[in-house]
Structure formats: C-alpha cells, structure tokens
Design a protein around this ligand. Structure first.
Ligand code: SAH
Ligand code: SF4
Length: 426
C-alpha cells in the first residue's frame, strides 16, 4: 500500500514537471514516505532523515518532505518539530492528494508546513500514478481498517474502512489494461470486507468475477485477506475465475488460540487450519503464504510450539516472520509479560528454520513442471537471465532475451532453492 502511495506521489511530481534523479544530492525535492507498522522502518526513517541535515545546510533551496503512516502519529510530528528543523513539509496518509498544493506553497513562501488530517473523508479518485512496471499495477479497492488487532498501528494511521465504488475500480482496471497492464494486485488491509455502495453491496468475490471478464487482463492478485472474513464465495471464485492467480496471502500471526484471542484476531488455530483445508480442497495447487509474529506479550513456550505446529500442519509456501515490536498507542503496548529480546530472537530463528525447510520442499515439488511466468525484468545478478513470477507467486530465474519482459511465457522448472526456482524457456 505504501509502495502504491509512493507511485502516486511520483505521478504527481512528474505531472508538475519533475523527474526522478537517482543521485540524492542533485534532487530539488526529497520526499520520504514512511511506514509505521514495525519498529525497524521507524528507526530507518529517523536515520535517513539525520543524513539529510548536512544536505539541507549545503543546499537550503532543497525541499525535504516527509509523509505516510508515521505522520499520523502526533508523537512523531512533535519529534520532527523539536529535533529535525530541516524538514520543510509534513503530511499524512489522508491528504496525499494535497501534495502538489503543499509543495507549491513551500516553494512560494519558503515556510515550513505541517498538514496532517485526522481521518480520511471522501475517497479521492483519479490521482496520477507513476508505475514501477508498465505491465503490472496496484489497484486500491479500499482504505483503512476496522479490525484493531491489538499489536497493530494501522487502524490509527489509516483510519476506518472505506471501500471504493466498484464502477470506479472497473474503470481504472480497464484503463490500465488499455495501457498494457496484464496483472493487477487489488489492495486493502482486509479485502474480504470490501463492500460496494447500497443497494447492490457488491462483495469482494463479485468484484473479482467482474474483473475476470475484462479482455486483455491476464492475472488478478490481491492483498491482504483476513482469515476471519474469508468467504466460501471467494473460495469459489478461485475455481470459477481463470484469471485469479492460485495464491493467497493469509496472515496467521500465531498458532496459539490463546494468543490469537489476545491479538483480537477472532479465529482459532483449528479455524485457521480448516480454512487452509477448504482452500486446498477447492484449488489443490494453491500457494498459501502467511505472516507470523513471534514474541507477542504473554507468548509462552507452549504458545510458540503451537505456532510451530500450525506451520507444520498448514505447509506454507513461504512466510513473512516478524519479531513483535511495541507500537505506541496500541492496546498491546500496555500488556504485561513483554517477552525478553533474547527469547524473541531464539524463537524467531527456530521459526525461520521451520518455515524455510517447508519452502525448500514446496519449491522442489515444482521441478519438472512447466509454469506460466510473467517476465518482470533482468536478473540483478546475471544480465543474461530473466526473472519473473508464476501464478503461485514463485520467483523464477531463466535464460532469455529482454524482449520477453512484460510477457507471460512457459518455463520448465529445472531446479529450486529455498526462495526461488530456476527454469528454461519451453
Ligand atoms: N492488514 C494486513 C496486515 C498489515 S501489517 C493483515 O491483517 O493481514 C503486515 C504485517 O505486519 C502483519 O500481518 C503482522 O504480521 C505484522 N505486524 C503488524 N504489527 C506488528 C507489530 N507491532 N510487531 C510485529 N509485526 C507486526
Ligand atoms: Fe492491522 Fe489487523 Fe487491520 Fe491487518 S487487520 S491492518 S493486522 S489491525
């Protein structure tokens, strides 16, 4: 979601006549889009900002702007005002569309500007987007989150759930396809609770059925889906809609029902496993990936073992694993029994080992198969190799000319590692 916001900010700058300069000390405007979901990103932001102090001293005409989730937290804005006087512009997630206006004000008046809205009002349509790839695109279908998982800052920084009108989404995707896009990724914090306006109240699954009919569109993906709201209707959409990629990212967070309760996730370990089974029954080769947090307050060794057990039983293709980090203003910040760092790290290593050994086996199972791959670009390490993704979102490296970039090609898988597959063009 942040990446897509950055694409929109870049789109606005390009509309104003700016272009991207990879050399930081030649740029007229430096804008940092922040994420506040975990502590690491937070720390990196302040580190990067520190480096800009000298830059701004040498070139006072440089505009330093900061935006994104972190700005929605008053304590961050207070810190910026007190300790980072070289920042010219601060704005938040709800008024991204104001950016060109804010920038113009700064350039005209050369005064600092802080403009953070408390909540999103109406959804602003039609913002320009500068896409990273011409052949694939992110499409927001909803904003905000109502779930208030007790560890998570998102409901406080992105506001309440608001769904876009399905007509607007279809129009946007049609335009993207006319522009050469083959793959779209629908974005929302919990796409399963997407709801179009009255009286039709289009559901997420129905939206997919409608998108599936668009000629020229080849692949539909989405992120992210909360297990508590995963409907049978959506599982059926995987069966009926040929363009919906056989992959689901279904964050489990923990395998302990007690911890899930304290996280306010509203499902149990057994409930989660039942969903995995239903998905695999409907779509036998579906790739399932997940997010897991270790070291949530009160997580005992037995709880952690439940997590390892769920990982074993669910057999994920891959998983993002996170060390729990306290987020200011969330309920879990106040929970007792915070887990010592060394225990968290030790559990984290055990978890990564478990997850990776399953990924190795899952990837191995693809050797010998022929897969459809959307070619995304040249490999970073080998200029003669191309890299792309299968429908199940697996990374594949194979030899081929760069004229294939942006196309869907057939690749025979000949080898595999923990994180990728190697193949040859069929
Ligand atoms: N809306 C998505 C998640 C967005 S945040 C969903 O509910 O699936 C992405 C991931 O960051 C979460 O799934 C969670 O695993 C992790 N995360 C969020 N808050 C965290 C925290 N305080 N500490 C560690 N990981 C966190
Ligand atoms: Fe955060 Fe939970 Fe909302 Fe995901 S569903 S954004 S984890 S509060």
């Amino acid at each position: 979601m942040n990446e897509h916001d950055s694409e929109m900010l870049a789109g606005m700058l390009i509309n104003l006549g700016y272009w991207e300069n990879p050399v930081r000390n030649q740029a007229d405007v430096i804008l940092i889009n922040t994420c506040s979901v975990r502590e690491n990103a937070d720390k990196r932001f302040f580190g990067t900002l520190g480096q800009l102090k000298k830059e701004k001293r040498n070139r006072p005409e440089l505009v330093v702007g900061v935006c994104g989730c972190m700005m929605q937290q008053q304590h961050v804005v207070d810190t910026l005002k007190a300790k980072y006087p070289w920042v010219d512009l601060v704005f938040g997630t709800h008024n991204i569309h104001e950016f060109p206006l804010l920038l113009e004000n700064i350039l005209n008046e050369r005064k600092k500007l802080v403009s953070v809205w408390d909540d999103g009002e109406e959804i602003v349509e039609g913002l320009p987007v500068h896409r990273k790839h011409p052949f694939k695109a992110y499409v927001n279908i909803m904003y905000g989150c109502n779930n208030f998982c007790t560890y998570c800052i998102v409901p406080y920084t992105r506001g309440r759930e608001r769904s876009r009108n399905p007509e607007e989404i279809l129009k946007e995707v049609q335009k993207l396809v006319a522009d050469g896009v083959k793959e779209i990724t629908l974005l929302g914090q919990n796409v399963n609770s997407y709801k179009g306006p009255k009286p039709d109240r289009v559901t997420f699954a129905l939206l997919i059925y409608a998108l599936n009919k668009i000629d020229g569109l080849e692949r539909i993906r989405f992120m992210t889906s909360h297990p508590k709201d995963l409907s049978d209707e959506l599982i059926q959409a995987y069966v009926d809609c040929t363009k919906l990629c056989p992959h689901i990212h279904l964050p489990m967070q923990s395998g302990s029902t007690a911890i899930l309760k304290r996280m306010n996730r509203k499902y149990t370990k057994e409930g989660y496993l039942a969903l995995v089974e239903k998905l695999r029954n409907a779509v036998p080769d579906i790739a399932i990936t997940t997010d897991i947090i270790v070291g949530f307050p009160g997580e005992k060794e037995e709880d952690f073992e439940e997590t390892l057990d769920l990982v074993q039983k669910a057999q994920f293709d891959s998983a993002f694993t996170f060390l729990y980090s306290i987020r200011k203003g969330t309920p879990a910040e106040k929970y007792g029994e915070q887990i010592p760092e060394d225990v968290k790290h030790q559990r984290f290593s055990r978890l990564v080992e478990a997850v990776n050994s399953i990924s190795v086996e899952k990837n191995q199972a693809h050797v010998g198969r022929v897969e459809e791959v959307l070619v995304e670009g040249q490999s970073k390490t080998n200029r003669n190799a191309l890299t792309g993704r299968t429908g199940g979102h697996k990374l594949v490296n194979f030899k081929g000319g760069k004229d294939l970039i942006g196309q869907i090609v057939k690749v025979r898988i000949i080898d595999s590692t923990t994180f990728s597959l190697t193949g040859s063009l069929e």
